[in-house]
Ligand binder design. Structure first.
Ligand code: KIV
Length: 278
């Protein structure tokens, strides 16, 4: 790890200083290397992996081995960013012992510095135990995609006064349990603002307005790479899907028309023995 790398305690310090935290998801070494080079503070190996990389319909099919495999790749690519690994469905809900073993693997074998898990007061025992054994935990409130069937869809959360109170109490409870930050997903911005004011740990918003202490986006969404569904709050900073389709078409046409590869001059044959890393 570089000495200028982002560490867990830096999150709270950033909130104290009023400096916003920029997070993105990453799933492979190349993307991690590029986003790290761009200066992102933390990379989440999110279970959105299931949808944007593995082609599943939701996050529920993602396994610990999937996240472990991709966390290792991200850890090989990133130098400065803090790496947070998502705990997949059923890797922390069954028992605290299971949760410690599974989170421990993401740190020990995956190279993550922290884990993220969904839920508030129902998962407090797990959060406390992980923190007690030295595993930093990022909470996740508001829309919790692992509960998609119970909720009935990917719906905006905390829209009723009693839900707002519950969310703020959950955020508080996570802080008390030792979580170092909490993601707020798909909640109204005034709710996110209130939660942000109530807790001493940074709130990281996604579809939660501008007043959180930081923001996170799914990198495939903000890069315009995953184009099957674009959440309304996403700003696409690039349109990589169009670029890839365009480049693919140009290559296919060149191959079919015999324009690629170009014939080589006889003098250059054998000049470049090393042709690449593969
Ligand atoms: O899995 C994920 O990518 C996430 C973010 C959407 C916060 O949990």
């Amino acid at each position: 790890m570089q000495h200028d790398s982002i560490r867990v305690p830096d999150f709270k310090e950033r909130k104290r200083r009023g400096e916003k935290i920029a997070m993105l998801t990453a799933y492979d070494a190349t993307m991690a290397r590029l986003l790290d080079r761009a200066g992102v503070d933390a990379l989440l190996v999110g279970d959105t992996l299931g949808m944007v990389v593995l082609g599943y319909e939701n996050t529920l099919s993602v396994t610990l081995d999937d996240i472990l495999h991709h966390t290792r790749a991200v850890a090989r690519g990133a130098r400065r960013a803090l790496i947070v690994a998502d705990m997949p469905f059923l890797t922390y809900q069954v028992s605290t012992a299971d949760a410690v073993r599974n989170a421990g693997r993401l740190i020990q074998e995956g190279g993550a510095a922290a884990v993220k898990l969904e839920g508030g007061r129902p998962v407090l025992d797990v959060v406390k135990r992980l923190v007690d054994v030295g595993i930093p935990v990022m909470g996740h409130l508001g829309l919790q995609p692992q509960s998609v069937h119970q909720v009935g869809g990917y719906l905006r959360q905390a829209t009723q006064p009693e839900d707002v109170d519950r969310l703020i109490a959950d955020a508080h409870a996570l802080e008390e349990a030792g979580a170092f930050a909490v993601v707020l997903e798909a909640v109204p911005s005034d709710v996110a603002r209130a939660a942000t004011a109530h807790v001493g740990i940074p709130t990281i918003g996604i579809g939660a307005g501008p007043e959180c202490d930081g923001q996170i986006l799914v990198s495939y969404d903000m890069l315009g790479l995953f184009d099957e569904f674009v959440p309304p709050f996403v700003h696409q900073y690039a349109h990589l899907a169009d670029i890839i389709v365009g480049a693919g078409r140009a290559y296919i046409e060149d191959v079919r028309e015999g324009r690629y590869p170009k014939p080589r001059r006889p003098s250059s044959v054998g000049a470049d023995l090393k042709v690449g890393p593969y």
